[in-house]
Ligand binder design. Structure first.
Ligand code: NAD
Length: 269
């Protein structure tokens, strides 16, 4: 039960009713007999800057997860950013230090890598393809580079987005081959869909059928889409004999990274 000494963490966005983090965190806090609670906070765009200021003085709050639509907007209000949050200009978690300073990171990519590790997949030295160069795709691609992939290819229907991300990664990771041309899947050991394609009952695939013909059975195929859990891409990969990684696995693995950054949970919830 919440009492006067309950420690708080929060998740801020707008709308907020759809988020799953409060359930995951509060179940974990309760299961581990911790007097902590996660609050879902729906803040209007006009109130965001004063909310961030309030966080500095909010002494029984350890940190705050940031979700749509504020991942980019909070960046300019924080006191310090991790290297990747600075490069991506995107934050999905804030830690409040004891002196009130606010530090931002983006652990979308770490959650993806963690889910992979839990499936026995290690990205180091692997040739990877990331489909989708938006917020989540950029974070995943950045973390794959940090984790030491040997080569990275990027694909997006937006030429502008994919080239901008390739440019960012080439300057952050000089020497790592980053390509925006995909003629065959045969060389890839990891294929990650970080686009919304396959969501709901669309039945859509994020790559043309002709290209998917070359999907090797040895590849690890991952999807960020959370519903359905087995997307058309994952169903195809599974039928081909590939190992697969789902969106809900990433979301759950990431909860550990978010909580760990705020100092509120173990790395694996
Ligand atoms: P976004 O809008 O920032 O980026 C999506 C990108 O996909 C865009 O650049 C778009 O051009 C590209 N795209 C669309 N169709 C494409 C196609 N056919 N081929 C290649 N690229 C294509 O969105 P986002 O914030 O990056 O979110 C992407 C998805 O990730 C959403 O479905 C979201 O629900 C999901 N997500 C999952 C988790 C998780 O933990 N599993 C976490 C966050 C977001």
């Amino acid at each position: 039960m919440v009492n006067g000494s309950t420690e708080l963490v929060a998740i801020v966005g707008s709308p907020i009713a759809q988020v799953k983090s409060p359930e995951n965190f509060n179940r974990w806090f309760e299961g581990n007999a911790l007097n902590r609670v996660m609050l879902p906070i729906d803040i209007s765009a006009q109130a965001l800057s004063s909310f961030i200021d309030t966080l500095r003085g909010w002494q029984n709050l350890r940190g705050c997860v940031v979700t749509i639509p504020y991942k980019q907007q909070v960046v300019e209000h924080l006191d310090e950013l991790s290297e990747r949050a600075r490069a991506l200009r995107s934050v999905n978690v804030i830690r409040r230090e004891a002196d009130g300073r606010l530090i931002g990171d983006n652990v979308d990519g770490e959650g993806f890598l963690n889910a992979g590790r839990q499936q026995g997949f290690d990205a180091k030295g692997k040739r990877a393809l990331v489909i989708g160069a938006g917020g989540v795709g950029s974070a995943i691609a950045y973390s794959l580079c940090q984790a030491g992939v040997s080569a990275l290819s990027l694909s997006d229907v937006s030429h502008e987005r994919v080239e901008a991300l390739a440019q960012l990664l080439r300057s952050a990771f000089p020497g790592l081959p980053v390509s925006t041309r995909v003629d065959s899947l045969s060389q890839f050991e990891l294929i990650a869909n970080a686009s919304p394609v396959g969501m709901g009952d669309s039945g859509e695939l994020p790559l043309p059928q002709a290209l998917l013909q070359s999907l090797p059975a040895s590849a690890h195929v991952a999807d960020v889409v959370t519903a359905p859990e087995i997307t058309p891409l994952l169903a195809l990969a599974k039928a081909r004999g590939c190992s697969i990684q789902t969106g809900p696995q990433m979301a759950l693995a990431q909860a550990g990274n978010l909580g760990h950054f705020m100092g509120a949970t173990a790395l694996v919830l």
